[in-house]
Design a protein. Sequence first.
Length: 256
Amino acid sequence: MLATPENTTLVIPYKDSSDFAKDNLQHLIEKSPSKILVIYDEGDPSSYIIHPKVTYMKNKGGRCWSKINNQGIRESDTEYVILAAWRFRPTEEHFNKMYENLNKGYAFVDMALLHFTGFSKHVLSQFGFMDEGYKFGHCEDWDFYNRIAMSGLGAYVTWEIPEIPKETSWVSDNKIGPFNADNYQYHNEKWKSLGKELILLKKELNVADRKLFKGKYEDRDYLKSEDSFIGEHWAKGQCFTAYDKFTDATKLSFAL
């Protein structure tokens, strides 16, 4: 089945109903042709924006970014999902480009560093959900990219949606806190590299989730990894160099 606004859900998590969060949500209501599933942490739906396009669901994942995104994937009732984030403001053109690229055969379309990312649930049986062994944010995205790269499926990966600078409200000092130290250690236990070969040492904690949608959606052919489109920002490796300190494997996604 082709990706359309009607069979796609935009998943967006919010910690609270701050003005910045509500400004983002209002933007998405105005620009998204698809319905919106909000995973909220604090308050209740009435403290956000009540709109017929928006459904609310209480966050069950704590501060684990993988669990939060996976909740949205599992609970949405459409074949396609777009994972979004509050610092990004996609336009109608970005949404149209997302549907078009998915329908060209890309298994994974990422236009903002896992902050505007679309795929069919059909493909998750091949590379899996986000790994819930990561306790917070950081590293879980590189793990996800690595597994997609190893699947041999075609991906469209760029950074073409501007980010509005805003410190995360999920946890203070997250860049140096214990959550990230744990994530770095977990990542090193999962991956190593031999030259340009990625080596997966253990599968994701929630590997059983790969069976959730298996057989539910019609099979289809995807583009292959050699058909991937990796944008100029990524081709220069700029998003990978900060991770040299804990593993070489993270630099090798999509054979950069």
